[in-house]
Write a protein that binds this ligand. Structure first.
Ligand code: MG
Length: 370
């Protein structure tokens, strides 16, 4: 199954609603698509994203240095191709290259699934028929207390098993007050997560963990900057609240460092940021060996399949940012997010709409480079 055409383009959409946390706001959904066509006409679709900056850099890397390396290659040899692209770009390894590799790797997995008639969750392991889902969409930092409480109640009514609240208001007491109000609204059996988006110093994270402990948190996400592995380990030793990290890590090796240091309770690999399905699975399986759970960050349309492919996933995150580009939405049945049963990633892309908004097309075929 040789690759005869490789194409990349960008779709740039405004966020559906205002999304803010302690360090960022979601400016744009830049989605970088890669399509790979094999002999015989099957086309695999992959994608990566940014929240507002760098999407064009990823697209340019694909155009100038990556797509042509795929032409004529055997599409089923995904490990070989991932390593070929990794070594072709490793001298500039980082976020941009990981995102570019991810878009290609996801397209390869999609193509393999399509060619075999297998959905991704089975192809990649087949461990669980469904995984609980938690809602981030109603916990943004700018929301006032009433909006936060109403949103949390709505999340539970919609079948979510957990809700996440952003923290990092100037006063820790205010954060704690918001969490208490949400806990009161959702009751004791719904999981409550908090996310600081690495806003705190180690001292402040300890202080806030103490303030938050009485609300029985499921996890304290990104309390510190991602490079401070020792700080995370010290925080874990200080508090009973589990610590979650991973959305700001861009390679499997970065996750390995956290695991080796026993510095995280839950890992949150992001299939786009870590370089694709191939490295995502390695992170999840390595975490299993360390008896650590995974709960992928964002991209629920794809992560539901990966979460169901491995035995140690505990949650999928609900943020419907890609809804305008899809014809159907994440299925939640009896409180569990259910993976698509269609072959490949099974994502029901709205091809017409994507085509309408696509910019910067780069196409390489076995005959020409456009
Ligand atoms: Mg987060």
């Amino acid at each position: 199954m040789r690759i005869v055409r490789a194409e990349a383009y960008l779709v740039d959409l405004d966020p559906l609603s205002k999304r803010t946390d302690a360090t960022l706001s979601f400016e744009k959904q830049e989605t970088i698509f890669v399509e790979l066509e094999a002999e015989g006409g099957l086309v695999g679709t992959g994608y990566a994203y940014t929240i507002g900056k760098g999407g064009r850099a990823v697209l340019e890397l694909l155009r100038s240095d990556v797509l042509h390396l795929l032409i004529g290659e055997e599409a089923r040899e995904i490990e070989a191709l991932w390593h070929k692209l990794y070594w072709a770009t490793h001298a500039i390894a980082g976020a941009i290259t990981s995102l570019a590799l991810a878009a290609v790797d996801i397209a390869l997995w999609d193509l393999k699934g399509l060619s075999l008639g297998e959905p991704l969750w089975l192809l990649a392991g087949g461990a669980q028929h469904g995984v609980p889902v938690y809602d981030t969409e109603h916990g943004w930092l700018h929301l006032d207390l009433g909006e936060l409480v109403d949103g949390a109640k709505g999340s539970v009514a919609n079948g979510m098993s957990g809700v996440k609240v952003k923290v990092g208001r100037p006063s820790g007491e205010e954060d704690a007050e918001r969490l208490s109000a949400v806990r009161e609204a959702i009751g004791p059996s719904i999981d409550l997560m908090v996310d600081a988006n690495h806003a705190f110093t180690a001292a402040e994270a300890r202080r806030r963990a103490l303030l938050f402990e009485k609300t029985n948190l499921y996890w304290f996400e990104e309390p510190l900057p991602p490079d401070d592995i020792a700080g995370h380990r010290e925080l874990l030793a200080f508090t009973a609240v589990p610590v979650a990290v991973g959305e700001s890590l861009y390679s499997p090796g970065a996750f390995q460092q956290y695991l080796n240091a026993r510095a995280a309770s839950v890992l949150q690999p992001d299939v786009a940021r870590v370089g694709g399905v191939t490295p995502w699975l390695k992170v999840a399986h390595t975490a299993e060996l360390f008896n650590v759970k995974v709960a992928p960050h964002f991209l629920m349309e794809l992560h539901v399949s990966l979460a169901c492919a491995v035995p140690n996933s505990v949650y999928v995150e609900y943020i419907p940012q890609l809804a305008p580009l899809c014809l159907s939405q994440l299925e939640i049945r009896d409180g569990l997010a259910v993976p698509p049963s269609l072959p490949g990633t099974g994502i029901d892309w709205d091809r017409e709409r994507i085509s309408h908004f696509a910019i910067g097309r780069a196409v390489v075929t076995n005959k020409s480079r456009l």
